[in-house]
Ligand binder design. Structure first.
Ligand code: JFZ
Length: 423
C-alpha cells in the first residue's frame, strides 16, 4: 500500500548517516549498566516483579532506594579503565522506574530517598571523561496505567490501556531525555509485546530524528526485531543478545553480554573469567561488531570491587593490544574455536585463543601474500604460504599471552577489501 511505502521512504531519508554509524562501530567496546531500586533485592530487573518479588513490594522499593555511594565519575572511570568508549544506562527499564527527574511520571528518582539525577550526573561525567553517553529506554512499561500489559506472567492482570496516551507520554519523556542529556545513542528494548505495533516504532523514529538527526537508534524500536534487518525495519544497528553475533560485513551490530549472569546486580553471581571476557570482545570485533558489556551496580551505588578489577584487567590487555580491536574491521576469516581475525590497512590481526599443536593452519588468501608475521609487541613468527595448501604459522611451545595472543600478518597490500575466506 502507498502509505507504507511512503513511510518507509521517509525513514530511509532520515536514517542515521554512515559517517555517524562508522564512528560508532570504530568504538567497538562499551559499558551497559542495569540499575534501579531492584538492586535492594538482588533479583533480576523488572522480570522478578510479580515473580520472586511480589508486585506490591517491588513497586514500593523505590521508597527505600538510596544509593548514597553512587559516584558517576567512578562508574565512568571504571568504563574508561576497561578501554570502553561508550556507556549505556537504563534510564527506564520494563518496571517503569525513571532514573531521571521526569515531569511526566511520578515514579522517578526524585521521589526516592536519593533525589539525585542519576542520568544527568552520568551524562556530565561521560562528557568530562570523553566517553560517549547513551541511554537505554524501554518501549513496554508494565507499571504505566496506560500500557495494557501489567504482568507478563498472568494475562488476567492486563487492562485495556490507552496506547495513544502511552505513546504521547513516551514522546514527552524522550524529548526530555534528548534535549537535556544529548545522548549519542538510544538503546530501545521491550518491543515484542502485542500493544506495540510497527507504526509506533516508525513514528517514534521520525520524532527522535526531528529532535536530533544524528542520534543513533538500535533496532529494538520497530516491532520484534533483533538479529536481522527486514524490509520494514526501523533502527540503525542489530542487537544480538547474550551471544556474539555472526560475522556481518554489511550491517552494523552490537552484542550485549553480561559480565556475570544477571543484568541487575546479584550477590555472588558468577563472574566471567578474564579469558572469557577478552575472547568475547575479540570474537565480537572479529565478526565486525561491537560489544556492550553489562555491569549491575549494587544497592549502595557502587560497582562490585571484583567486577571493577576485572574491567581494569580487560583495560590492561587493551592498552597492549587495542590497535588490533578499535577501528578495525572483522574478517577476513570467520571466527572459530582456535582463532579469529581483525584487519586494518595492510595488516591482519590473528587472535590465537588456544593451540592444538605448534602449527596453525589458515586457508590461503586470494592473490595476496603475507610479507611478515610477528607477535604484536614481540617476536617474529615463522610461516609458510602456498596458494593450494594455505598459510601455516609456527607457534612457539608457550604462547606469550595467557588470555589472548595477537599475531600481526603484514600483507603486501590492503587487507580491508578482501572477501571473507571460508575456513
Ligand atoms: C531485554 C530485557 O528484557 C532484559 O531485561 C535486558 O534489559 C536485555 C538487555 O534486554 O531482554 C531481551 C530482549 C530481547 C531478547 C531476549 C531478551 N531477544 O530478542 O531474544
Amino acid at each position: 500500500c502507498i502509505v507504507t511505502v511512503d513511510a518507509q521512504k521517509q525513514i530511509a531519508d532520515i536514517k542515521t548517516s554512515k559517517t555517524v554509524l562508522d564512528d560508532f562501530m570504530d568504538k567497538r567496546f562499551g559499558m551497559f549498566i542495569h540499575f534501579g531500586p531492584v538492586s535492594l533485592r538482588g533479583t533480576e530487573i523488572s522480570w522478578s516483579r510479580n515473580k520472586e518479588v511480589p508486585r506490591e513490594e517491588y513497586d514500593n522499593l523505590y521508597k527505600e532506594f538510596n544509593p548514597v555511594l553512587f559516584n558517576a565519575d567512578a562508574w565512568v572511570k571504571a568504563a574508561k579503565d576497561a578501554g570502553m568508549k561508550y556507556l549505556t544506562i537504563t534510564s527506564k527499564h520494563h518496571d517503569g522506574f525513571c532514573l531521571w527527574p521526569t515531569a511526566f511520571s511520578d515514579y522517578n528518582i526524585m521521589n526516592s530517598q536519593f533525589k539525585r539525577d542519576i542520568v544527568g550526573e552520568l551524562a556530565k561525567a561521560c562528557k568530562k571523561q570523553g566517553v560517549a553517553f547513551c541511554i537505554y529506554f524501554t518501549v513496554l512499561d508494565w507499571h504505566d496505567s496506560d500500557y495494557p500489559v501489567h504482568n507478563p506472567y498472568d494475562s488476567t492482570q492486563n487492562v485495556i490501556g490507552d496506547m495513544s496516551r502511552f505513546e504521547a507520554r513516551m514522546k514527552n519523556e524522550l524529548k526530555e531525555i534528548i534535549t537535556r542529556y544529548k545522548p549519542y545513542m538510544l538503546w530501545f528494548d521491550g518491543n515484542w509485546e502485542k500493544p506495540w505495533v510497527q507504526e509506533y516504532g516508525k513514528d517514534i523514529y521520525r520524532y527522535i530524528k526531528s529532535l536530533d538527526k544524528d542520534v543513533i537508534i538500535n533496532n529494538r524500536l520497530g516491532k520484534g526485531e533483533n538479529t536481522a534487518f527486514s524490509a520494514g525495519s526501523v533502527g540503525d544497528y542489530l542487537t544480538p543478545e547474550q551471544n556474539v553475533g555472526e560475522l556481518n560485513m554489511k550491517d552494523p551490530w552490537e552484542s550485549c553480554i553480561t559480565i556475570c549472569n544477571q543484568w541487575a546486580w546479584k550477590p555472588n553471581d558468577t563472574l566471567k573469567t578474564l579469558k572469557e571476557c577478552i575472547q568475547t570482545l575479540v570474537k565480537t570485533a572479529a565478526g565486525n561488531g561491537n560489544l556492550l558489556f553489562n555491569v549491575g551496580p549494587m544497592m549502595d551505588g557502587r560497582m562490585e570491587a571484583r567486577q571493577v578489577v576485572r574491567l581494569k584487567e580487560i583495560g590492561n590487555w587493551l592498552a597492549k593490544y587495542g590497535t588490533s580491536i578499535y577501528g578495525t574491521k572483522g574478517g577476513p576469516y570467520i571466527p572459530n574455536k582456535l582463532y579469529a581475525t581483525t584487519r586494518k590497512g595492510n595488516r591482519i590481526y590473528l587472535h590465537v585463543f588456544e593451540k592444538n599443536n605448534n602449527k596453525l593452519a589458515l586457508p590461503s588468501l586470494p592473490n595476496i601474500k603475507v610479507k611478515k608475521a610477528y607477535f604484536m609487541n614481540g617476536n617474529t613468527v615463522s610461516f609458510t604460504q602456498d596458494n593450494s595448501s594455505g598459510i601455516e604459522i609456527n607457534l612457539p611451545d608457550v604462547l606469550p599471552d595467557a588470555v589472548s595472543n595477537v599475531i600481526v600478518l603484514e600483507l603486501e597490500k590492503n587487507a580491508e577489501e578482501l572477501p571473507i575466506v571460508n575456513n
